[in-house]
Design a protein around this ligand. Structure first.
Ligand SMILES: [Zn+2]
Length: 244
């Protein structure tokens, strides 16, 4: 998607989701593409619950060390060369220790991945998160925070001490202010940890209820999960929104 993608997408969606899919992916036949994808050796989860289960099973393997490294070979690359249909969209931190594809043990073409400092969002990031659910049936969004987040700690300190961070870093601080305020209101013993978790739940709640995603959530085609990753154990803990 180019920088005008958001406006273009709105126009496209007026003509229906199928039309948008064709236009955005450049695929000449949505039906043919769907058939090809469904022939994948690892079937794509099509419901929020199945997508969630796939990710959590992968995380169990990551924790135990019993990894499958699925769908990461040249066959998979060739299979996906013309078309993709990721089943999940992950919004996580830039932290080098939190790579979604590794900690969920997923393969090529499984996930859309957005990474920003402290999972900070703005229009471009939100549009990127919305892309899969709105155009190709991606059934799950996970907002993934993590333990000892440097971005959250820096933002907390900046706001508390009234010292803006230099340059564009301040945009991250600004985006994390609602989480800071929630943490201060709660008054827990570890406010930075509380702020990191608040950033996850606030962001997941905003996505779940926004104008474009709420209808998909309402009809059961999409779940927005807030989750938290432990650097110590490798385990992903669900904070909010697990599909049943
Ligand atoms: Zn972080």
């Amino acid at each position: 998607m180019d920088t005008a993608g958001r406006a273009d997408r709105r126009t496209l969606l007026v003509g229906g989701l199928a039309g948008a899919t064709v236009a955005l992916t450049g695929c000449s036949s949505t039906l043919a593409a769907t058939s090809a994808i469904s022939a994948s050796p690892t079937p794509r989860p099509t419901t929020p619950a199945a997508a969630f289960e796939r990710l959590m099973e992968g995380n169990k393997r990551w924790v135990s060390g019993n990894l499958q490294h699925p769908d990461r070979d040249p066959d998979r690359r060739q299979f996906l060369a013309q078309e993709q249909e990721p089943f999940g969209a992950i919004l996580s931190c830039i932290d080098s220790r939190v790579p979604p594809e590794l900690l969920f043990d997923t393969g090529l073409g499984d996930l859309y991945v957005m990474r920003t400092g402290g999972e900070a969002v703005g229009p471009v990031v939100t549009g990127s998160v919305e892309y899969g659910p709105m155009t190709s049936g991606t059934a799950l969004i996970v907002v993934l925070g993590h333990q000892r987040c440097g971005a959250v700690k820096a933002a907390y300190t900046s706001i508390r001490e009234g010292k803006p961070l230099p340059g564009n870093l301040q945009a991250i601080v600004k985006a994390l202010r609602p989480a800071y305020e929630q943490a201060v209101r709660r008054g827990d013993t570890d406010p930075i940890e509380t702020m990191a978790r608040a950033q996850v739940t606030l962001t997941a709640t905003d996505l779940r209820s926004n104008r474009d995603l709420a209808p998909l959530v309402g009809k059961g085609a999409l779940a927005v999960v807030g989750a938290y990753y432990s650097l110590d154990t490798g385990k992903v803990e669900v904070l909010t929104g697990a599909p049943s």
